[in-house]
Design a binder for this molecule. Structure first.
Ligand SMILES: [Zn+2]
Length: 189
């Protein structure tokens, strides 16, 4: 019993450190895919945009920004004012494609994570059921519980970012609605 408790403690610290490192990188990969999805459609409509991800400072960047609420670790920007004007002059369907590309990318990313989590949990449970020795079974269960907890936290954080992006002023959806509303009279974003 004492051994199991000790092991549980070790597994908990491994879980915590792993989570603190993993969360910024998962968020950065999500941001990367999101912004590149926007850029793909910028290109389609010949709007110049740039985006660069910084993998070296991902961990401090993430925790500094996390204090201010859910946020992305970067943003695609227009190359210059001419590109911004060109984006503003596009028709609504083009703006819709550009803005929704990021939201679609987030939803796909979150679905892949959920499917991977379900697949991993089912496969692990099947393996654990097959373990005959009870001590080994307990160890496997401890590790599995923490890994499933990891996956849940990561999925939850991705969902929070999606909701944040949909609801915040200046987020992809609210910006799109604003631009459609002001139509040709839009002078800024
Ligand atoms: Zn976006």
């Amino acid at each position: 019993m004492r051994n199991i408790l000790k092991l549980g403690k070790h597994a908990f610290f491994a879980f915590l450190i792993g989570l603190l490192v993993l969360l910024p990188y998962i968020t950065l990969i999500n941001t990367d895919l999101h912004e590149k999805a926007h850029l793909k459609f910028y290109k389609k409509y010949e709007v110049c945009g740039t985006y660069s991800a910084n993998y070296l400072t991902a961990i401090p960047d993430f925790y500094v920004k996390a204090f201010k609420g859910p946020t992305a670790l970067g943003k695609a920007t227009f190359c210059n004012n001419i590109s911004k004007e060109k984006y503003l002059s596009l028709d609504s369907s083009a703006k819709k494609e550009i803005n929704l590309a990021g939201i679609n990318s987030d939803i796909i990313f979150s679905r892949v994570l959920i499917i991977a989590a379900i697949f991993f949990a089912s496969a692990s449970i099947a393996v654990i059921i097959g373990i005959k020795e009870s001590y080994q079974k307990q160890i496997a269960l401890i590790y599995l519980s923490f890994i499933i907890l990891w996956l849940l936290v990561i999925v939850f954080s991705t969902e929070v970012n999606i909701l944040f992006n949909l609801n915040i002023q200046g987020g992809d959806l609210q910006l799109l609605l604003h631009l459609i509303e002001c139509g040709k009279n839009c002078t800024g974003m």
